[in-house]
Design a protein around this ligand. Structure first.
Ligand code: IVH
Length: 674
């Protein structure tokens, strides 16, 4: 009996690990989410009963926590070294002198922008992208091939040309500032944590486990370095290799320049020091490389970096200005954020009037006083920050800034949860920015997406006393006469809006859950909660522990959901919304075409299909009496094979002489019966 349990645990562990590998590494989903969850639950139940058989790396440990599915570690064929840094002209002149001492006076340099992203090494064989690896510790990195393949500017196949049979090309993955700002704004609206700068966003993205998610984020890449056997025989130097890779189909930077003297280098640097803000992406310096490969070899390497290259780092721009005042913004969730109003000052190409102060701890850390002269810096971050105070300029007897104890909007006493840096206003149903913020969130594009009702209208309706809670939106149709009286709000607009409101009633449960604005519940969490509980009643009946058992939902979210659902005001609201006709349950797809043409037959679905998703095929087969299995055995009746199916599976099926059929053949089998 015990041996059987142990065997079952091992089998489930292996199966789930295999699915995870398929899904996360090969981007190939071999099982429906539902079936995966069922198996996981079975494993969790067995592990709870027989902890002695639990694998410390069990897949049950990888869901819901911070543990990520690891990438393969790959050794770099050529180590990925870093560059020595310089910060001033003299250090650059010293570098030039050192170079000339070794190679003589005939030296050319390639000057390049130093992109502020993450470096990547990509291997091509016979013109095909076969592997992409992050820098890691310089000697080995993470294999992120599938993620890198989603970057449009990186070719999967090269243009015909005389490229080496096998080579490695290195470059920098980054995100354009505009795309970063757009994505961060979206995250903010979804109640997700925002990223500090495009570099963090890019490196966070490339380490995502799901390439489909990576594909949604617009990453870009400049290539700046080629490695292959006998490189110096094919190209005299770095410059020529970069011209060649451009022709093979790689994106290189148009600003790269060949320089003949230190004076040329210095003018390149000073040009970009002032002009870098005109670029659509961030750079943090200039890289200077000796061009000639033979000279590079002569110069060699130190333990950490090449002697033939160096980087010049721009200083983060910093200016002095006066703190005019501090305002405390109250957000939709009640979080209070201090923002410094500054005397306007020019910094890194834009006029800065405000700086974020994050929270009370930051004000205390800076020991900020009223009217202080502050240093403001714009480094990699988009929002400038106050990095310090010019104490010499502080007037006598100024008062230290004291964080408010009460909400600046509604006067309610603020609360600060243990371990959290942020203060909250708890008066969520009576505090203006929270009410208006919640209403605006509710109608948002990714939530209820109510056509004909925009943020400005929400603000106007709130002011006129027509809206103060979500349920009021669904009784607006009873206020037609009132609405008609509003200036610049014609009958057509009213009709459009009321139609939009009516249509929103068919938005799925997961959208409704997201739209309610429950603290810490973004779109992904809402989806997971909806899929797990299926309806609001089941959620209501759940304990905090039940909610925390939902994949990827931690204690903090569970507590927030529980508190929300058990608040009498919210309960009344939810009842009213239900009565208005909003969706509070998952609508299962109708089992169209149901029959039993496939009964007593087992199917294994593998690969990617042209006309159906794997879920749709599973559904079709099951609704016709077929059984879906997940591993190949002699008992399997059919292997339904799509593109990109693993070769081992195919070989095994062939060996066991299992019929291999296509999606079209499945449909034929079903149609024969109908
Ligand atoms: S060349 C041995 N060129 O800077 C030379 N690096 O501090 C290797 N970087 O890890 C790098 N722009 O991530 C090179 N045009 C450029 C670069 C660049 C940015 C980054 C790269 C590297 C770091 C070195």
């Amino acid at each position: 009996m015990l041996a059987e349990v142990q065997e079952k645990i091992i089998q489930l562990t292996n199966e789930l690990n295999d699915y995870n590998y398929q899904y996360y590494v090969l981007a190939n989903s071999e099982i429906s989410d539902y079936n995966f969850d069922q198996k996981l639950k079975e494993l969790e139940a067995l592990e709870a009963q027989y902890p002695q058989f639990k694998d410390p790396n069990s897949p049950s440990q990888q869901v819901g926590g911070d543990i990520t599915h690891k990438f393969n570690t790959v050794q770099h064929r050529w180590p990925m070294l870093s560059l020595g840094n310089t910060y001033n002209e003299q250090e650059l002149r010293d570098f030039d002198e050192r170079v000339r001492k070794v190679v003589g006076d005939q030296v050319q340099y390639v000057c390049e922008l130093k992109f502020d992203g993450l470096s990547i090494s990509i291997t091509y064989q016979n013109g095909k992208l076969i592997r992409a690896v992050t820098r890691g510790d310089g000697t080995q990195g993470d294999e992120v091939t599938n993620n890198v393949k989603t970057i449009r500017s990186i070719p999967h196949n090269l243009h015909p040309g005389r490229y080496p049979e096998l080579f490695e090309i290195r470059g920098e993955i980054f995100m354009h500032r505009k795309a970063f700002e757009r994505l961060n704004k979206g995250r903010e609206q979804d109640g997700k944590q925002t990223y500090a700068n495009p570099r963090n966003f890019a490196s966070g993205t490339i380490k995502l486990q799901d390439p489909k998610e990576v594909a949604k984020r617009p990453l870009d890449c400049f290539l700046y370095f080629l490695y292959c056997e006998n490189r110096a025989k094919q190209f005299p130097g770095h410059w020529e290799s970069i011209q060649a890779v451009k022709e093979w189909g790689f994106q290189t930077c148009e600003h790269t320049k060949l320089c003949n003297s230190i004076e040329d280098i210095l003018s390149f640097i000073s040009h970009w020091d002032t002009q870098r803000h005109q670029l659509s992406y961030d750079i943090d310096g200039i890289v200077i490389k000796v061009n000639d490969y033979a000279q590079q070899e002569e110069l060699g390497f130190t333990a950490k970096s090449p002697r033939w290259a160096i980087s010049y780092k721009f200083r983060a721009e910093c200016v002095e200005t006066t703190l005019n005042s501090i305002i405390y913004q109250v957000g939709r969730t009640g979080a209070v954020t201090p923002v410094a109003n500054l005397k306007p000052v020019l910094l890194a190409g834009t006029t800065v009037k405000r700086a974020s102060l994050h929270n009370a701890n930051e004000i205390a850390r800076l020991d900020l006083h009223e009217g202080d002269t502050v240093f403001v810096e714009k480094g990699g971050e988009i929002i400038p920050k106050i990095i310090g105070i010019n104490n010499e300029k502080r007037a006598k007897n100024t008062l230290a800034i004291v964080y408010p104890t009460h909400c600046p909007e509604c006067g309610t006493q603020l609360i600060r949860q243990e371990g959290e840096a942020v203060h909250y206003c708890p008066n969520e149903d009576g505090c203006r920015p929270q009410i208006v913020g919640k209403l605006k969130h509710f109608i948002g594009r990714k939530m209820m997406d109510i056509q004909g009702l925009g943020n400005e209208t929400i603000a106007t309706f709130f002011q006129l006393g027509l809206l103060s809670k979500i349920t009021d939106i669904y009784s607006l149709s009873e206020q037609r006469e009132q609405l008609k009286k509003i200036e610049r709000f014609g009958e057509k607009s009213i009709e459009n809006m009321l139609t939009g409101i009516e249509e929103s009633k068919s938005k799925p449960f997961e959208k409704v859950l997201f739209a309610l604005g429950i603290r810490h519940v973004g779109d992904t969490t809402a989806k997971k909660l909806a899929a797990y509980f299926k309806n609001i009643q089941a959620m209501n009946d759940a304990t905090i522990a039940d909610i925390a058992a939902v994949p990827d939902v931690g204690e903090r979210i569970a507590m927030s959901v529980f508190d929300y659902l058990h608040d009498p005001v919210h309960q009344l609201e939810l009842e009213k919304l239900k009565a208005a006709g909003l969706q509070f349950a998952v609508v299962e797809q109708e089992r169209i075409l149901a029959g039993n043409s496939l009964s007593n037959k087992s199917f294994l679905i593998s690969g990617v299909f042209a006309n159906y998703s794997r879920e749709e095929l599973t559904h079709l087969i099951e609704s016709h009496g077929g059984k879906i299995v997940s591993s190949i055995s002699a008992k399997l009746n059919y292997l339904v094979a799509g593109d990109k199916m693993g070769p081992s599976k195919l070989a095994k099926a062939e060996k066991l002489q299992i019929p291999i059929i296509s999606e079209d053949e499945i449909i034929k089998m079903i149609n024969q019966d109908n």
